[in-house]
Design a protein around this ligand. Structure first.
Ligand code: NAP
Length: 222
């Protein structure tokens, strides 16, 4: 049985990914915030040391992410640092922690949950867009370096998904307006993103690596 490590699996997209992979026969490692706080560098170091020394992780899904809105002129250093830490630095550390084991087994799948706001943007999303564009770039380089080791690395860029994050950052009126900008006229359900992630982690994915796969109901086509 293969093992997948999913961050942020307590709710939203991460919970759906963990369920989808479990249904497909994967053993799931879903650390709680107490076991792995991505915002706390010492917690990340401790968790990574444990992974290196013990569990075989065949797939890593860097899903957890945060998005505090602020206009460019009002950006705060602490929000900026927190978003870089959770959305970029911690995923990088986890990739470094699992890559050795994947290399030794010559099989691995890494999926970074990015966002359409790593491709396009919207007012208030400067820090978030910076982090998601960064993880897209990291994904490409990791795919180049780890491909010869049998490790496929991709980013998934969801559009608007029905999760707490979306409802915290958009009013009901915003969401009604957003639906009109999406060709499919609705938000994604978390399991629609999870199914894509499960494919990217599977043996059926043999040749797709280094990509930023956009799952947005056509939002970025307009
Ligand atoms: P969510 O509903 O807000 O859930 C966030 C998850 O991340 C929770 O499990 C949360 O754990 C975990 N998390 C947050 N900070 C953490 C920390 N410091 N340490 C460990 N875990 C932490 O988010 P979501 O909407 O499912 O988003 C998941 C990913 O998809 C994120 O990377 C987000 O940027 C991306 N995304 C979302 C959307 C969308 O429309 N929702 C669109 C594009 C991309 P706790 O339960 O402990 O707080």
């Amino acid at each position: 049985m293969r093992t997948a490590l999913v961050t942020g699996a307590s709710r939203g997209i991460g919970k759906a990914i963990a369920s989808e992979l479990a249904a497909g026969g994967w053993k799931i490692l879903a650390p709680s915030r107490a076991e792995l706080d991505l915002l706390a560098p010492e917690s990340v170091e401790r968790f990574c040391a444990g992974i290196r020394g013990a569990a075989a992780v065949d797939a890593l899904i860097n899903n957890a992410g945060i998005n505090m809105l602020n206009l460019v002129t009002d950006l705060q250093d602490d929000d900026w640092a927190a978003m870089l830490q959770v959305n970029v630095t911690a995923p990088r550390k986890l990739i470094q922690a699992v890559a050795g084991g994947m290399t030794s087994r010559h099989w691995g799948r890494i999926v970074n949950i990015s966002s359409v706001f790593g491709i396009v943007s919207r007012a208030g999303r400067a820090a978030y867009s910076t982090t998601k564009a960064a993880i897209n770039g990291f994904t490409r380089t990791a795919a180049i370096e780890l491909g010869p080791e049998g490790i496929l690395v991709n980013a998934v860029c969801p559009g608007y998904v029905e999760t707490d994050l979306t409802y915290i950052n958009n009013s009901p009126a915003d969401i009604d307006a957003i639906k009109q900008t999406i060709p499919l006229r609705r938000l994604a359900a978390p399991n629609e993103i999870a199914r894509l992630v499960a494919f990217l982690c599977s043996d059926a994915n043999t040749y797709l690596t280094g990509q930023t796969v956009i799952a947005d109901g056509g939002f970025t086509c307009l």
